[in-house]
Design a protein around this ligand. Sequence first.
Ligand code: AMP
Ligand code: GLY
Length: 423
Amino acid sequence: MNILILGSGGREHAFAHSISKSERCQKLFVAPGNAGTVDIATNIPIDVTDFKAVKAIVLEQNIEMVVVGPEDPLVQGISDFFREDEALKEVMLIGPSKRGALLEGSKERAKEFMSQHNIPTASYASFTKESLAAGKEFLETLEPPYVLKADGLAAGKGVLILDDLATAKKELENMLSHSKFGAASEKVVIEEFLDGIELSVFVLTDGKNYKILPTAKDYKRIGEGDKGLNTGGMGAVSPVPFADPTFLQKIEDRIVQPTVAGLREEDIDYRGFIFIGLIKVNDEPYVIEYNVRMGDPETEVVLPRIKTDLVTLLEAAYQQTLATCEMTIDNRAATTVMLVSGGYPEAYEKGKEIKGLEKVQDSIVFHAGTRKEADNVVTNGGRVLAVTSLAADFRSALKKSYQNIEQLHFDRMYYRTDIGFDL
Ligand code: AMP
Ligand code: GLY
């Protein structure tokens, strides 16, 4: 079948890499894609939230499956758009309906869902401009640090963790009354702070049954030792060594199972990925957040470990036959190290020539922010390349990634040398 992947990052290159290996895939398209996907697929320069343009491509190229990478088109209802369109309704779109996508699109909705289905998470309350005074009073009842979350999508920037009460009150006011995160912070969720170590679990669900994919941990901060500004992710490791079978069983029983049961009970059409951000506090798992897509760079370590044909799994998710599917996982560990543009996550330059790609051996270089310029590959974003390796354990895998990084170069290239330092 012909398959279209929507998105342009390392996650989408990793999807393209796995899907292009499937015998089930005839022609593969990525929209808009990058300089990495162009080697294994046809790139199509359209905006992923331009549903009409997506429809035109699907019809023109006889696409039978669409894999949605980022959250924006899902939260804007691309799945419903397909289901309601005569010409598109048979196309296998992998991603939840708009109602399902609200688990990421609204932090308040996610918290309500968790409380309705008894899924462990931090206690919370939510506030609007009208209830600002009550919000400030609520902060006074909490212990620092204070966790403030913009309700809506804020490109990963909408969470503030503040040590001091006066600052927390001021920021609450900035969010609610001065649109700090635009419309996303018209509502703010204030949460109890949970102190522990984070990991992520990825689930592929057909809305009734599910497959738990390998666990992963990403490194969000720009600086070594998890210092400095938050980024989209500077590296990742899979599996997560501290997620032992007992802990994983708790995650499945208390979180994954009730989440999928909750979707079913609420009659939500959810055929796609759930990315559950978790925190381990005294050996107990709590949900930090839901995302309704795969993570980036976690996908770059999760998908290379899935041995089962990915197209078969995705089709089963769409057809709601996941229960009858087997999934085998590579026992090796996978790591990825992200190479970013100097200045990221603040201002950085684009268009720098990337050298040494042909010298990489025994690692996979997933392109994140790249484009072709004549015969050269140049940088086209803050996160540029993700260098993924597989080996018997995560330390050996990291060694391979770091050795190959020595071969790669672009002006003001930066990366963390301490991925996995805390494991
Ligand atoms: P989120 O966008 O909800 O994933 O939040 C971003 C980051 O903020 C998370 O990855 C955590 O590191 C941190 N965080 C969010 N909520 C909490 C919480 N209740 N307690 C401690 N840390 C949190
Ligand atoms: N790596 C975090 C995310 O994809 O949201």
